[in-house]
Design a binder for this molecule. Structure first.
Ligand code: MEV
Length: 312
């Protein structure tokens, strides 16, 4: 008898406020979006991907996820993804969370908080210093607030050394977002390490991190009030602060500028130095056209209320 495959899906994400500052304990807000990674896992004789040896150098997140699930026999994995890779949309978190979702389901232990914790450990191992924002958003879906402090909507807590993050489900209205891909890829791990060095050496960078924290808190209020004009103004300020931290890119500025006449606000999203910008717009078609005319590859996405799940 051929063993049945388990298919687990996890969404990509867009960070609306607080990337980089979240690594230093400031709050951040991310939205799960309707771009999906689907991982199928089938019990097998050895760990493979599409029946070929699972090489950790080629598939670091998959290999680390398989190692992280204790007590499960070998599996054959198959991955399908709609999430563009290494451009700030949470592709590695989604593949990690979907893999862990499938493996834990095979064990009879599918549990999003446990998957979020394991996925954070995997991302930390592979990427280096990180916050749990991407992995927790892929695990839960919807709008996620990560904060040192605990608020209403608390979901789970994640700790690493002396750092701790409380993960919350945040109210957000239905949102349509226009993404503009610069086509420039940059590694998250290296950028996080670069910002750490800068923050240790430069009081201006320290101030920018603290101000990003304030902007995020104001952004949470604005989101909860459904005040998209204020959300947009704060996105623009966040973009400027991220430029101060050295994670901007001329192409990101160009795409943000192009989107603004048709948007409440726009900013880079994710680790930066390339990757994607995001615009919050009540005229997504016009915003997408303007971004495309400025040289960006566009995608229009919606907030996804769903996180990791198994298709039965
Ligand atoms: C990457 O999507 C977000 C960063 O803040 C890194 C992290 O939180 O792990 C840049």
């Amino acid at each position: 008898m051929v063993a049945a495959a388990v298919r687990a899906s996890a969404p990509g994400k867009v960070i609306l406020f607080g990337e980089h500052a979240v690594v230093f304990g400031e709050p951040a807000v991310a939205l799960a979006v309707d771009l999906w990674t689907v991982v199928s896992a089938t019990p097998a004789g050895v760990n493979t991907i599409d029946h070929t040896t699972l090489d950790a150098a080629l598939w670091p997140y998959l290999a680390a996820a398989v190692r992280a699930v204790a007590g499960l026999g070998p599996v054959d994995l198959h991955v399908e993804s709609q999430i563009p890779m290494a451009v700030g949309l949470g592709s590695s978190a989604a593949v990690t969370v979907a893999t862990l979702g499938a493996l834990r389901h095979l064990q009879g232990a599918f549990d999003p908080p446990a998957i979020a914790r394991l996925a954070f450990e995997v991302e930390h191992e592979v990427q280096g210093r990180a916050s749990p924002i991407d992995t927790s958003t892929a695990a839960h879906g919807g709008a996620i607030l990560v904060d040192r402090r605990r608020h209403r909507g608390f979901l789970w807590r994640i700790e690493k050394g002396d750092r701790r993050w409380n993960i919350h489900d945040l109210y957000a209205p239905d949102l349509t977002l226009v993404l503009g891909n610069t086509g420039v890829r940059a590694g998250t791990g290296a950028l996080v390490a670069k910002v750490k060095q800068q923050v240790e050496a430069d009081p201006i960078a320290q101030k920018a991190i603290r101000r990003i924290g304030e902007v995020t808190r104001e952004g949470v209020e604005a989101l909860m009030a459904g005040d998209l004009a204020r959300v947009g103004r704060l996105m623009i300020e966040d973009h400027r602060l991220l430029n101060t931290l050295g994670v901007g890119h001329p192409m990101l500025d160009r795409l943000v500028e192009a989107a603004l006449p048709h948007s409440y606000g726009a900013k880079l999203t994710g680790a930066g130095a390339g990757g994607n910008m995001v615009a919050l717009s009540d005229d997504p078609e016009a915003a997408a056209k303007a971004i495309a005319a400025a040289g960006g590859e566009t995608l229009t996405v919606r907030l996804s209320r769903q996180g990791v799940h198994v298709e039965t």
